[in-house]
Ligand binder design. Structure first.
Ligand code: NAP
Length: 286
């Protein structure tokens, strides 16, 4: 749709942003639904975040997405945080409404909706998550609030380990889900937790791009374990390749990207993103 005098601006802030699929995803959806909105990407680092938020408020912007490195840095400028954003301490979607800046995280719900789209039922299930960074914490919070019964988190025993243990305690108290944190170097414990798990999620960078390694020995995988990865480049990480070879159902991070966008789209427009169209236009087949 050609912009008009009433076009509502929505945008992405972060650095880098030039590779982002979000402008294509949202503008294609606005066009398809005849919505007078326009989505742009702006390369903004932490130093400029306050100036950017002030400018967007002045310009009467509808809202914006945040990507690296701004998902935590935006928090001091938010007036109202959703429960999931507060618990995850991460914001990837903002809405200007009633003179306030409201912050949400849609990464976790995006991952859960991607699982549903792939026919994976996470209700009452036991999940093992590798990593405890931004993607992992959003997924852990959403999974705990939306029906997963137990989450085993494996991360490196480094300076952030105790913080993640505190985070796990907070989520356990705020939900009906028990969250435990273990040292990823403990292979015996990892194998034990995978045996009791229904779903494994790799939420680390391991396996991204040219890295053909996995944090999970292939012999720990078994056919009834559902194996997922937040990474979508490559489409099949070493972990997913090993899991497919063992006969596991697998899912990569491609549709997490789609559904986190769909949840943001709903927050800004109140409408459902045309999922099938966006899959066809913006997500090429593996
Ligand atoms: P992040 O905040 O930097 O977290 C990375 C996590 O990976 C940390 O927990 C880190 O462990 C762990 N890690 C890295 N190397 C490791 C290793 N060798 N052994 C064990 N753990 C290791 O990054 P992020 O934003 O969560 O992103 C993680 C991945 O998710 C990236 O590949 C990103 O592209 C992907 N992602 C996908 C989507 C999507 O829509 N599909 C959305 C967001 C992110 P420590 O805690 O010990 O440092």
């Amino acid at each position: 749709m050609v912009p008009s005098g009433q076009t509502q601006l929505v945008c992405l802030l972060g650095s880098p942003v030039s590779h982002s699929i979000s402008p294509a995803m949202h503008n294609t959806s606005f066009d398809a639904l005849g919505l007078d909105y326009s989505y742009m990407a702006f390369d903004i680092g932490e130093d400029n975040i306050k100036a950017a938020v002030d400018a967007l408020r002045t310009l009467n912007c509808k809202g914006f997405n945040l990507t690296m490195p701004l998902k935590n840095a935006i928090i001091p400028y938010i007036d109202e945080l959703s429960e999931e954003a507060r618990l995850a301490h991460s914001v990837n979607t903002c809405l200007f409404e009633d003179g306030k800046l409201k912050g949400y995280t849609t990464d976790g719900i995006g991952f859960l909706n991607a699982m549903t789209d792939s026919g994976i039922d996470y209700n009452d299930k036991v999940i093992t998550v590798l990593g405890a960074g931004g993607a992992a914490t959003s997924i852990i919070v959403s999974a705990a609030l939306h029906g997963v019964s137990k989450i085993n988190v494996f991360k490196r025993k480094n300076s952030t380990f105790d913080e993640v243990v505190d985070f796990a305690d907070r989520i356990t108290h705020a939900s009906d889900c028990d969250v435990f944190v273990y040292d990823i170097a403990d292979a015996t414990l990892l194998e034990f937790c995978l045996q009791e798990s229904d779903i494994l999620i790799n939420a680390t960078n391991v396996g991204m791009g040219d890295d053909d390694t996995s944090l999970v020995p292939k012999e720990f995988l078994y056919k009834d374990l559902i194996v997922t990865d937040v990474i979508y480049h490559p489409a099949y990480t070493r972990l997913l390749k090993d899991a497919k070879a063992v006969g596991c159902k697998v899912m990569n991070g491609k549709y997490m990207l789609l559904y986190q966008g769909a949840a943001a789209f709903k927050i800004w427009t109140g409408q459902d993103m045309p999922i099938d169209l966006i899959k066809e236009k913006c997500f090429t087949e593996d």
